[in-house]
Structure formats: structure tokens, C-alpha cells
Design a protein around this ligand. Sequence first.
Ligand code: SF4
Length: 496
Amino acid sequence: MAKLKEKIKKLPLSPGVYIMKSKKGEILYVGKASSLRKRVTSYFGPGRSRKTEVLVDKIADIDFIECESEAQALILEASLIKEKMPKYNIALRDDKSYPYIEITKEKFPRLKVSRPKGKTKSMLFGPYPKAGLLKPALKMIRRIFPYCSCKRFPKNACLFYHLNLCPGPCIGAISEAQYLENIKAISKILRGERKELIEDLSIIQEKPMIKAVEQLENFLEVKFKGFVATELGPYNSIVPLIVASQMENRIAINGDCCGRSKPKISISTTAVKKIPITPYSVVSQYGDKLIIKAAQNDSRGEVIARTLSRITDGSISVARCPMTIRRAKEAIIPQTFSKAIELGREVREANEKNQDPIKALEGVLTQAKLIFKGKIIDFIRVEEGGFTSGEIVIESLKEQKNKLRILYQNEYLLSWLDNQQFISCPDSIIIVDSSTGLGLTPWEEDFQKERMVNIYALEAPDIWKTKEGLQVFGPHLFEKEWKEYKPLSSFIDFSA
Ligand code: SF4
């Protein structure tokens, strides 16, 4: 016993799994702990139950396996119990009421915690002693090997994709074969193939967004004061907030480098102000780190970043376009972030309170003009080169049945009213549902025929209407025939 106590004193304080053995080397009990030394010591202290005393009397030796986290220890514990069936792990030997991790049998399998009843085609791992730790275990696994969580794919990739927690099969960002490789790796982890697990973990880069910023800071030997969004888009807008909140004394700037959403990163007010995209820093979740010192132009810089993203499961973090505060003031469109929050909140609350959401929307977007109202009569969508492009046709309810045709490439860019060139980029075209005021994105589900919509237009900030601005974001970039940009004010009477 003295030898055993000495061994226990030397156990690490880290999480892991302990294996209690009898004199004959038979495995008596397998347990997991957040601190191996503390947990194992507690078996030999006062206040033990009768059952524990019986077990302790038989312990002659204790082995242990250190783990990265308690969640990882939980997975290893369950797989060892399943394999060794230790006498004192009675609870887990009665499988039925215990939780399992289930990998569904689908084209793009999902992972979930379940208590299966009867036969299933899914792969099951467990049972686990309690469901509580399975969530952190799945979270840990997902950070390493992203997987999807939806049975039916929605029209757009969700936040999981942007947080690198799902490789985005819904938008074709990963092939089926690549996705199944991730699932294979996950099942290895769940089977307790620890050696491989540790090897996999060692190539993982935690918080790649932060690392990308730090790497650029080191390269430039500066410390950034703040971060700004490249566009006003669902995920891109919140990246600066995420980064600033995780780094000390940094700010997220209330503004962006477009004043609207945009189809390409290189379409940016920084480009108008000749602030180059390079040098930029790239960090992947697999630990790849690169600095692109220079690119011939911003478009080429973007192509390089997209290529790196494609070969890394779409999961790279890029810190780009370093600029001084003076230059940032010239390029950034201010206040867009708070405006977007206000708009979202007002429309949501109006819907929740059964008030008029259109009135709420118009109350916030006071500069926006209602340019058309009608029903969807046609919608075409093509996926090409990482872009979603197509056309939407809306017919007015008036007797003349005017038609508004809108061309989009990820975002709404050009429009024709009864075949005449009408509002175009860089002005914004906004399509919302007439009854809910909710914005529509170019996916089939949003553009069902007969749906009633309101179309608004918002004139672009002045920077876009300059000669340089129109070179970067003029209508000719999307339709060669479209020679001249005409601002919204040339179609709509603003004094009315
Ligand atoms: S990114 Fe797509 S597939 Fe993945 S969880 Fe989100 S919606 Fe589902």
C-alpha cells in the first residue's frame, strides 16, 4: 500500500483516465477525472461508501492516461469500459438508459447525443456515464473536425460555417469524400484511438482569427488598435467584434469597408483609397500559417486567399488590409454596424408585437426609397466559380403589370424596369417580404413564385460615386453593356 500511495502522490493534476488493478493485474475499475491526483486520492480518504471500501481493498496498482480535457477523458473512459468490462463499472455495463454519441447514417452524417431505442443504422459510441459532459466533448471534437448539424440543408450556410465548426456541405464548400474523412477521424476519437487523437490535436490551431492578427502584428512590428468589417454582411460584420472582444484593449469599429454587402472582398472602399489588401496573414485551424507580403493587385490577393481557403476545407482566417487610423478614416463608411443592429431590432420587435414591420423598416432606413412593389414571377439561380448568380423578375400589381428584373451575383447588383436600365450598383437594392419586412436572399426558398415583395434602393455613399469608386464597383463590372452608372436620385424624386 505504501508503494501505491507514493504512486498516487506523483499522479499528474491534469485531466485523464485512471485504471485500477488487482494484484493479479485484472482491471477492477476505470474512471475519468478533471485532476487525476485529486480524484484518485479521494478514494483513499475518509467518508468512503461501503462499495468504495470493497473496491479500494482490492486495488494493488493504478495506471493512468493523461488527456487534453475532461471531455476527452470521458470519451476514453467510455471506450475503455466497453473494451475491458471492469467488474466495478457496473452502471455502464447495463447499456440501456445511458447516453450515446450517435453518428447518423446520412450522406453528410451528423453527430448527436442520443439514447437509442431498438435497432438503428447509425454508428453508436458509448454508453457514457452521464450526458452532461457529452456536450463539451462534442464541442471539442467539432473544433477539430467540423461537422454539420442539419438534416435538411437550408439556403445559406449558418454561423457554424463561419465559425469553422461546419465545413458547409449546404453550400458545396466541402466534397462528400472530404466530409466523410472528418467523420472517419471523429469515429477514431470516439473509439478511443488516443494516439491518433493526440496527433490530430497537435496540428490544431486554436482561435485562428486571433492568431492571424497576431501574426500580422509580428510581421509588421505594430499593435493594431482596432478592427473593421470588410462589408456589411451577416457574418463578416461580427468578426471584428469577436476578435476585439478576445484581445486586450482593442476596439471593433462601428463601420465597414463597403457600406453594404458585396460580391467580392476586393470590392472595397480601401481599394478606392489605394490601401492595399497586402500584406495579409493567413492561419488555418490545422496550424498552417502564411504571410502574403504582396500581390499584384487586390483581386489577385483575393484569388490567393480563396485558393488557400479551398485547399483547407474552407476554413482559413485572414487578417488583411493593415492601415493607419488616418487612412482608415478616409476609407471606412461609418455607423453601418449600429444601423444594421437598429434595423434588425426594429423589424423583429414590430413582428413580435404585431405592429407594422414595413413601417418599422422605413422608420430606420429613412434614406431608402421604395422603388417597386409586386409579386415574384421568376427566379433563376446558377452556382459558378464560388458565386451564386441569377435573375429575379417581379411584376407590379398595377394594371400595366410593370416588370422589374434584378441581376444578382451573391448580392443584388443591377436592375431593369420594363427592360430599361434602372438602379445599379454601387447603390443598394434591397428586397424584403411585404408582410414581414424581412430581407430576402437569393435562394429558391425566399423567391417562391407569387410571394409579395417590396424593393427599396439606397444611394451609395459618395466615395462609391467617384471615378475611382465606380472603377471598383461600377455596373460595367457585371454587365459589359452597362456603360454608365446613374445614381438613384436620377430615377427618384427625392423632394417628394
Ligand atoms: S453550415 Fe450549412 S450544413 Fe453546416 S450546420 Fe450550418 S446550415 Fe448546416
